[in-house]
Design a protein around this ligand. Structure first.
Ligand code: CTP
Length: 400
């Protein structure tokens, strides 16, 4: 994937590895990227801004103002200009400031204003890297969606041997290329995603529902949008929000409303991911008034809802990809394959309730993906964000 024309803010901090940032800037420029360096005051102790501005063809930004003419450097403008912010090297202090929003220099204010993705290549001595506070800060940055380029192991500037050395510039550029390749892999594609539970009304205050939180489907929607797809997210009642401008959200409540929205959107999409935990039945009658308690037993008659996945499978056209989910407690693989065939799905994602940390209401999930030919790929327990990446790589392709 070419990075030609991409706008990259290169953040440089006070580590001995800052000398490698010159090669990094040069490699990025050679591949056609536009590079704007933002350097911390201690970064300047390790590499001179003159070297960096000569390589990038742009004045290096370090302070909020240029001392001699009082020019104001706008971190907000940089946040909007960038297609990517790459902080390499990132010291332990910078990781800590990023994790905690301590905006005491131009680099951190730029980071906090950044609209684009952020990649971070830590560099420090092995003990600093191994310290629990560094580990915790990296975990926090990952939870913000920042991409961490793990340091390599080897001889460090201190002559100690261990993990902490900033990844080599060539390898970092490879990661940048992969990032942009992945980012565009679903461009011009439209994806429909159903998500969350459905609520089937019993009376004005009661419903039949389920524990689906919608987290898996929202992670899928964000990941598809990050890769350039236009996403139609048909969401049952969930308390989650979307931030990506490429996601059009349609809120529904009942299975019937989800069915209507899905049927009307499906003909225009390239792929549908049916992630919703749709109620199979609804009360035959919906009482107009609140049902009063009676002393004897009560019964509610249920009638079947439409099967959204199966209905879309019936009208599926050549080239449209359909991915379903199955949550099984017994004969998992056999049941999942049965559902895939019955609903004419191309893939089915199986999550087992037997795995702790997987399924409803968790932030993690453990899945296996089955394809039409019966091939099964098992994945370990991961965050739902990472599971979403695996599902999309596997089912919607990893085009570069
Ligand atoms: N599904 C759907 N509409 C329904 C029921 C299910 O679109 N009315 C979709 C789900 O979103 C999921 C797949 O079908 O992708 C399988 O859902 P699941 O509830 O496991 O399947 P059911 O066919 O309802 O089977 P079960 O008897 O196990 O509930």
């Amino acid at each position: 994937m070419s990075i030609k024309g991409k706008h990259i803010v290169l953040g440089i901090t006070g580590s001995i590895a800052a000398y490698k940032a010159a090669s990094l800037a040069r490699l990025l420029i050679r591949e056609g990227a536009e590079v704007q360096v933002v350097i911390t005051p201690s970064g300047k102790e390790f590499i001179t801004p003159v070297t960096l501005s000569a390589l990038t063809g742009k004045p290096v930004v370090s302070e909020f103002f240029t001392a001699n003419d009082g020019t104001w450097h706008s971190h907000v403008d940089l946040g909007l200009w960038a297609d990517l912010m790459l902080i390499a090297p990132a010291t332990a202090a910078t990781l800590g400031k990023m994790a905690n929003g301590i905006a005491d220099n131009m680099l951190i204010t730029t980071y906090l204003s950044m609209k684009a993705a952020v990649m971070v290549a830590p560099a420090m001595d092995l003990d600093m890297f191994a310290h629990p506070s560094t580990t915790r800060n990296i975990e926090i940055l990952k939870s913000y969606g920042n991409i961490i380029i793990e340091p390599a192991a080897g001889e460090l500037a201190s002559h100690l041997i261990g993990k902490g050395r900033m990844e080599e510039p060539e390898k970092i550029v490879e990661r940048v290329r992969d990032f942009f390749g992945k980012q565009d892999s679903l461009s011009k594609k439209k994806v429909l995603i159903t998500v969350g539970p459905t609520y089937e009304k019993i009376d004005p205050v009661r419903f039949i529902g389920n524990y689906s939180s919608g987290k898996m489907g929202f992670a899928l929607a964000e990941e598809c949008a990050d890769r350039g797809a236009e996403v139609v997210l048909i969401a049952g009642p969930v308390s989650l929000s979307v931030s990506h401008p490429n996601i059009k959200r349609i809120d529904v409540e009942s299975a019937e409303e989800m069915y209507q929205a899905s049927i009307s959107e499906f003909p225009t999409v390239d792929a549908a991911i049916l992630c919703a935990a749709v109620a199979d039945y609804r009360p035959q009658e919906q009482a107009k008034e609140k049902i009063k308690r009676k002393s004897d037993e009560m019964q509610i008659s249920l009638v079947p809802n439409k099967d959204i996945a199966a209905s879309l499978g019936e009208i599926k056209k050549e080239g449209q990809v359909m991915v379903g989910f199955a949550l099984e407690t017994n004969n998992e693989v056999e049941n999942a394959i049965g559902k895939m065939k019955k609903k004419k799905l191309d893939y089915i994602v199986l999550n087992s309730l037997k795995d702790s940390g997987a399924g409803f209401r968790h932030d993690t999930n453990k899945v296996s993906i089955l394809d039409e030919s019966g091939n099964k790929t098992d994945f370990p327990l991961k965050s739902k964000t990472d599971v979403a990446k695996d599902i999309i790589d596997c089912c919607l392709g990893r085009k570069k």
